[in-house]
Design a protein around this ligand. Structure first.
Ligand code: PAF
Length: 268
């Protein structure tokens, strides 16, 4: 009803979809949305269907009061915070499944994850009817998938990808950083450090995906608390592995630090 009222007034609507536990990464999306749209909706919904059975759905950090205060301080007009039973009532039966793009990187490691993401993002787009929606490049595969979905399904929505926001020491901001102990927090720096090495190689003219992957892998393997989930070099649009850096190429990693799985990337 609120969106309909705004639309009747000719105002543009921005949406920043989140799962809450808001940090500076989310804040940068809100700031951009507030700058580019007349009204901004932030959704805060820990989407159960994008978590696997052994993942952290139950433990995922939740603090609506904190999130609402942050959203308000950034000039967001509405926080949309549905309950799981409202989004997926009894007999809920419709899902959005993408044929490719979802079976590599995080999709290979988290079966069903992107089905859950595509489904909830579809629902959020239909509920909020935004003109623009803002997503972080930290979840680069998710961003590529949503861009593809919007094209494929003819959504009249502009998808805006926003840069990764990092801590002063390089760690990419993530709601999951709160899981890290002090030692793990230190060890987690290996993600950004290893990517920096990869990026430097690219800047120095290295084209071989294998050489870049090997250098990143070697750096991560030096850290005893780290366990590689994947180190991959893929075409950003199709998310398929490439042998050579050309066009828009995504260099993406997922690394367990203790029990916490962290992701990071750069676009070459
Ligand atoms: O990136 C996230 O926080 C989630 O995957 C999203 C896009 C809000 C869908 O639940």
């Amino acid at each position: 009803a609120q969106v309909a009222e705004w639309k009747a007034e000719g105002l543009t609507i921005g949406l920043t979809p989140t799962m809450g536990a808001l940090h500076e990464g989310h804040m940068s999306l809100m700031e951009r949305a507030v700058k580019e749209c007349d009204r901004v909706v932030t959704s805060v919904f820990v989407n159960p269907i994008q978590f696997g059975p052994n993942e952290d759905y139950d433990n995922y950090p939740r603090d609506l009061e904190h999130d609402a205060a942050i959203a308000e301080s950034k000039g967001v007009n509405v926080v949309f915070h549905p309950e799981p039973e409202e989004m997926y009532p009894k007999n809920y039966n419709t899902y959005v499944v993408m044929e490719t793009l979802t079976d590599t990187l995080c999709g290979a490691k988290r079966p069903g994850h992107f089905r859950g993401v595509c489904t909830v993002v579809n629902k959020l787009f239909n509920i909020v009817q935004p003109d623009k929606a803002f997503f972080g490049q930290k979840d680069a595969q998710q961003l590529a998938i949503i861009m593809r979905m919007v094209k494929d399904l003819n959504f009249d929505i502009e998808i805006v990808g926003c840069p990764i926001i990092r801590e002063a020491d390089g760690l990419a901001k993530s709601s999951r950083n709160t899981y890290l102990s002090e030692d793990e927090r230190q060890a987690a720096l290996v993600l950004s450090r290893s990517l920096k090495i990869g990026k430097q190689l690219v800047e120095d003219g290295e084209k071989s995906a294998k050489a870049i992957k090997d250098a990143i892998t070697a750096e991560i393997n030096k850290e005893p608390l780290a366990r590689i989930d994947y180190v991959d070099v893929v075409d950003f649009e199709t998310i398929t592995p490439v042998d050579e850096i050309k066009g828009t190429t995504l260099v993406a990693i997922a690394v367990y630090i203790g029990k916490t799985r962290l992701i990071d990337n750069f676009i070459a």
